[in-house]
Design a protein around this ligand. Structure first.
Ligand code: C2E
Ligand code: MG
Ligand code: MG
Ligand code: MG
Length: 278
């Protein structure tokens, strides 16, 4: 049967296999080069308090300006950087850059940095974060790290590292809550400062009762646990109004402000000032 399928089939399979492996190897090499050539940069997306509609901080989002590929979004290189062992270097750079940037912000707002589960596989994350803070001269309470539920899959040391980070005074945020390896025990076993509702629920909550029910449940969970809930991916006034009516304390999304290289760019004033129709 193998013979009958013909050489052509094998070739086709082989060559596509080769090319994807080669693509990956090339990309790995290019990430390494990109780090050396300073091709990575950060954008900051504002996070707004619904209580008084003021900004409380910004999430740092890494971008790659590739010389030939152009702008590569993080979904296309974070996974590879994680697999090939470059995420520690890239993640370290992101932490140092974000701390230095936050020190320069005249508004004194907080900065939130995404940290990969792989960065929890070695025990030196607290040292990396402490030196990023010290070198920049940033107060620890102005930095938060965002982790996903898969961080708990790296083993027991994850909780130990989280506790060490907490002891440093850094905020700990559960990102993308409700997707991934959701387990409510994580919320019981570790006191997060904030929990972010994944934007896949925000996206369709206005039209899809099941998403709305999940959003409502996470909000009430946050209330019960004494944890601030951040809703991410707010794109419309209607979504913002829905969340404000339910006392979701923090919001983030294109409607509030897009990720941008300069934080001087204020969110749209109509969002900040005009009342949103219910
Ligand atoms: P995330 O941490 O959940 O970040 C939120 C993502 O949603 C960002 O995508 C942001 O640009 C996007 N977003 C924000 N508001 C809206 C909205 O209203 N509508 C829509 N459609 N999207 C919105 P981005 O920048 O492409 O980042 C994707 C993911 O890559 C992040 O998801 C995070 O998991 C990861 N990432 C980004 N920067 C870093 C980093 O420095 N380190 C690590 N380890 N991961 C990072
Ligand atoms: Mg995040
Ligand atoms: Mg998220
Ligand atoms: Mg995400």
């Amino acid at each position: 049967a193998a013979k009958q399928s013909g050489r052509g089939n094998f070739r086709e399979y082989d060559s596509s296999f080769d090319s994807s492996i080669q693509d990956r190897i090339r990309l790995e090499r290019e990430i390494q080069l990109g780090l050396e050539r300073n091709e990575f940069f950060l954008e900051y997306q504002p996070i707004m308090s619904t209580h008084d509609r003021t900004l409380v901080g910004y999430e740092a989002l890494v971008r790659w300006q590739h010389p030939e590929r152009g702008r590569v979004p993080p979904d296309q290189f974070i996974g590879i950087a994680e697999e090939c062992g470059l995420i520690a270097q890239l993640g370290g750079w992101v932490l140092r850059r974000a701390c230095r940037d936050a020190v320069s912000w005249k508004n004194g707002l907080n900065v939130s940095v995404n940290v990969s589960p792989i960065q929890f596989t070695t025990s030196d994350l607290p040292d990396v974060i402490k030196s990023a803070l010290d070198d920049a001269g940033l107060e620890p309470n102005r930095l938060s790290i965002e982790i996903t539920e898969s961080t708990f899959l790296v083993g027991k040391q994850a909780i130990q590292i989280l506790k060490a980070l907490r002891a440093l005074g850094v905020g700990i945020v559960m990102d993308d809550f409700g997707t991934g390896y959701s387990s409510l025990s994580h919320l019981r076993d570790f006191q997060f400062d904030k929990v972010k509702i994944d934007r896949s629920f925000i996206w369709d909550m206005i039209n899809r009762p099941h998403s709305a029910a999940i959003v409502d449940a996470i909000l009430s969970l946050g209330h019960g646990l004494g944890v601030d809930i951040v809703a991410e991916g707010i794109e419309t006034a209607e979504q913002l109004a829905y969340l404000e009516q339910r006392s979701c304390s923090l919001v983030q999304g294109y409607f509030i402000g897009r990720p941008s290289q300069t934080i001087a760019e204020r969110p749209r004033t109509e969002v900040m000032e005009a009342p949103v129709p219910a």
